[in-house]
Ligand binder design. Structure first.
Ligand code: NI
Length: 227
């Protein structure tokens, strides 16, 4: 399941983050790549664990924890400390799949990447190209979102970033280990949760049928979750 989560950050928060990260030194993006993606990747990256990356990363983690849509869709067990990349001057990231296991440089965090996320930090009109293309069984999805918006997609997906031919595209990217490893199960729980929330607006949260459905949701979560 792919999901667009609007306004994870406000425009003011985006501006604050951009100020912090734009002023910091950037390095070649292949610092974090596996061998195969190093061949495909042309971009710049904020050094992992740098002061600016930590500052901006904590703001993002805080915003994610306050986003009900993110929490219900990702059912996060652990979110990898956010990383930051920038594409300009024709830079691109050709088709690849993200590494299955991710460890932070200091070894403090090691996760199985169930979900990949990109948080856009540049307005779409400020650059040309730079679309995120994600392949699934329904075809190729093209993603280019307003600054502050997030796209969540299965980390198992083949994906690419098309060349940025004007301006520069700065984003945050990271991975999530979910309490629900399987994408199909996670999608079912998400659809059920959303339906329960919508139904509760119509019939009131105390309706016996809704209490029963909510119980079923939690019992499925109990059956499938790794915490
Ligand atoms: Ni990737």
């Amino acid at each position: 399941m792919m999901l667009h989560i609007p306004e994870v950050l406000t425009k003011a928060q985006v501006a604050e983050l951009r100020q912090a990260i734009d002023a910091a030194p950037w390095v070649d993006g292949n610092a974090t790549s596996g061998t195969q993606s190093a061949l495909a990747k042309r971009n710049a990256q904020l050094p992992e664990g740098s002061q600016a990356a930590q500052f901006a990363g904590e703001k993002i983690l805080d915003a994610l924890s306050r986003s009900p849509l993110f929490v219900t869709a990702a059912l996060p067990q652990t979110v990898f400390p956010p990383l930051f990349n920038r594409y300009g001057g024709g830079q691109t990231f050709a088709t690849h799949v993200d590494n299955s296991i991710r460890q932070s440089r200091d070894g403090a965090v090691r996760i199985r990447s169930d979900l990949s996320a990109t948080l856009f930090l540049t307005e779409p009109e400020d650059y040309d190209g730079g679309e995120l293309l994600v392949e699934d069984t329904y075809g190729v999805h093209e993603v280019k979102l307003p600054a502050g918006d997030l796209i969540l997609y299965p980390a198992s997906s083949l994906h690419q970033v098309t060349p940025v031919t004007r301006g520069a595209r700065t984003s945050s990217f990271f991975w999530i280990q979910s309490m629900i490893r399987d994408d199909a199960r996670r999608a079912l729980l998400f659809q059920m949760d959303i339906a329960i929330q919508q139904l509760s607006l119509k019939v009131g949260a105390g309706a016996p049928e809704l209490v029963s459905l909510t119980g079923t949701y939690h019992n499925l979560l109990r059956m499938w979750a790794e915490v």
